[in-house]
Design a protein around this ligand. Sequence first.
Ligand code: HEM
Length: 478
Amino acid sequence: MSQELEIKARAVPGGIPVLGHVLGFAVWPLKFLDEQRELADITAINLGPKQARIVNNPTLVRELLVSRTKDFIKAGPLYDISSAFVGNGLAISEGAFHRRQRRLMQPAFQRSRMPAYHSGMREAAEQMTARWRSGQAVDVHKDLFQLAVSVIGNMLYEGRFTDEMTDRIVWAVSTASKGIGWRSVVPAAWTHTLPTEEFRRFTRAQQALHGLGDHVVAEYRERDDTDPEHFLSMLLAARDENGDPLSDKELRDEVVTLFSAGSATVATSLAWALHLLSIHPDVEERLFTEVTEVLAGRPVTVADLPRLEYLGRVVTEVLRLYPPAWLLPRITPADTELGGHPIPKGTYVFFSPYSIHHDARLYPDPEHFDPDRWLPERSASRPREAYLPFGAGIHQCIGNNFALTEATIALATIVAKWRLRRPPRAKVGTRSAALLEPVGLTLVAKRRAGRTPAVAASAPAVESPGCPVTAARPAADA
Ligand code: HEM
């Protein structure tokens, strides 16, 4: 047995013939996951003919992500179907190839590189809010998706990324994500390529992403004014242990991976943040006070981020309540065990950052939006595996610093000048598809009059917790 705790595992009752637990899992997934957590540390379910386990204990989740990565690998239909878009890009590769790609790409995402990206992040937020009119109802999720795509586009393409390219990527990433979603749960492969309008859209999305990825790489290769510190320069110059560079196809796979992994995730987090601020005006006002005091009317820079402590806690708490990557799968390549309980070869093993983040034993009053639960004196004793918005271990999000910096810069830029409110009687739902997304989120944007904050910032000055898993904070100037 792999740990000192007594690990409880049990088969979940209520599966129906042929389908097993598919209905509960597919139709009310968040409720289903809450129930699993209350049942046992590991629960055994059937998804049609396939066996699956849900790991509800954060210590065991850490084991499968960090110390037992050869026993629980990324494989199965989700990854097979995603490879039509991202090839063998970092987010789906495994083993030696993954280690090589990770080592080549890591330098571009180090915290010390963040100052190189911050002006693109701020400009994207300024351009987005410049299109808003005071009193206008805004589809914030859509706007934030465009923002997040244009941030990655400009990181890769140095200011040459056009609005038309942004729109194309937004469309292609969301079309791909929907298509991958249903194909990975409907096992009958023959249904995946039926000549329907959906299949034609899916194919066009693939062509759009590949076409743009190829274009970005080819154009960059031909330029003679490139900055050696630029993301693509670093990738082009990178050599593996045999002295080999990345091929054009590998470069394109990584470009498409970054658009896919780094856009909707950030957009969704920011959309949830604006939703939560819209229904917690006290938090919003306190944030406005901090932003006003720290920035004193200037545009935000990376150097400001360590002083935006309350904002750091707000971002951390948003990602706790609504982790975009709410459910993640692994598969067992051979018979194995977890917590002393046998798991046969070929079993799906799921873990849910959402479920862990909503465990009342780890987070008292878990549904309450409370950024101050991340004050050091309230969070120090919480185990680090209790917070997993970016995963952990060898596959931990490579873009975590980037995402935290982008989210903080965007929120500081928005909150400094705008207040967003939910229209009366509007209802916001939750869609748990590829990501945990808000549904029906339209907010009324009101430009703030140039005034001083109404409420004095009451929080003691503390270090922002950033991401407790990685200790990644919104980066400071190097
Ligand atoms: C709030 C925003 C984000 C969230 C919540 C998030 C979440 C995650 C999670 C949970 C994983 C691990 C998946 C697993 O273990 O199966 C992951 C991996 C990854 N993320 Fe993010 N991500 C975010 C933003 C970004 C950004 C901005 C980028 C790039 C610009 C990015 C690129 C990647 C890549 C390439 C991987 C695969 C890493 C590997 O396997 O080595 N992500 N992300």
